[in-house]
Design a protein around this ligand. Sequence first.
Ligand code: OGA
Ligand code: NI
Length: 358
Amino acid sequence: MDNQAKSSGASSFTSAMNLDQQGVSSIPQRYVLPPSQRPNIIHHDEHVLPLPIIDLSDFHDQSRRYQIINEIRNACKEFGFFQVINHGIDQSAINEALKAAEEFFNLPHEEKMCLFSDDVHKPVRYGTSLNHARDEVFCWRDFIKHYSHPLSDWLHLWPSNPPSYRKNMGNYAEAVQDLQTKLMEMIFESLGLNPSYLEEEVNGGSQLLAVNCYPACPEPELTLGIHPHSDYGSITVLLQTRSGLEFKNKNNNWEAVPLVEGGLVVQLGDQMEVLSNGVYKSVIHRATVNVDKKRFSIVSLHSFAMDKKIGPAKELVDDDHHQLPKCYNEFSFSEFLHFISNNDITKERFLDTLKIMK
Ligand code: OGA
Ligand code: NI
């Protein structure tokens, strides 16, 4: 273990995988949520619209594209997320990335600890919970996070073990980055913006891959895999191996995002809420854990370039007040990182600090 790992909290580190491997029959107190925050209260609201699954096949075809963009607009307005199928990423690339993830988390504890850090600015870091240094209540997840775009800038810093990790996770990362570009064009179009809006910032933006492992948990009704939060970026593309992802609907109730075979979940982040001037909202979500099954997710968090300030698109702000006045202040990804290293995001949402009160 290097000195940096020691000084940044590694000595008090316990991973969810360690607890699972020890075969604990109850969860340590530090993981137990207060009753009101426990995950067992799923409401089954009557839906006006079913949870959206959007088929991206033939999206190059003009009339299909028009239809897809309509579906995206409805989904973004109603839910802040949708699932995509026929998205163009091969199932074999998905399976190989998941295998690399599984093999990574199966490595000996000491080996994973070489990549441990609580510093959110580290380009590659292994960790547990949401922010292990700060969380009052831990969550039942281990993660490895790494910057991924452009791949050649970061790949040499990624885990070198398992030996297939860089190649297989790298292939998936690149495929998702391409998909993200297409999705952003269509989301912009759905807002009435030019599809090439902020093209440079989208292509030159950042991609952070969060590879999550949620081991089986002896008391899943008392804890969560990840606390409620919204993602900071433009969009997030999430792959889950079993259901567990939940989002907060318009009635403030939690709903499960069903597992769609071969599907990917696309969620709107804070930058998209700000850019759309609140026409679209970033989605608050969390993950539950399972009593006997391990769950993995590979979460691709996209954002505009690190220091690029994102504010409401001027096309969506109407100073004559026919439309919405400007509702948010600008922010950059680096300002978000500063915020999360100094605040507990389970208590205060970064987005709320940007809202302009009228
Ligand atoms: C995340 C996240 C949920 C999941 O990593 O930001 O929300 O299901 N993950 O893994
Ligand atoms: Ni998230």
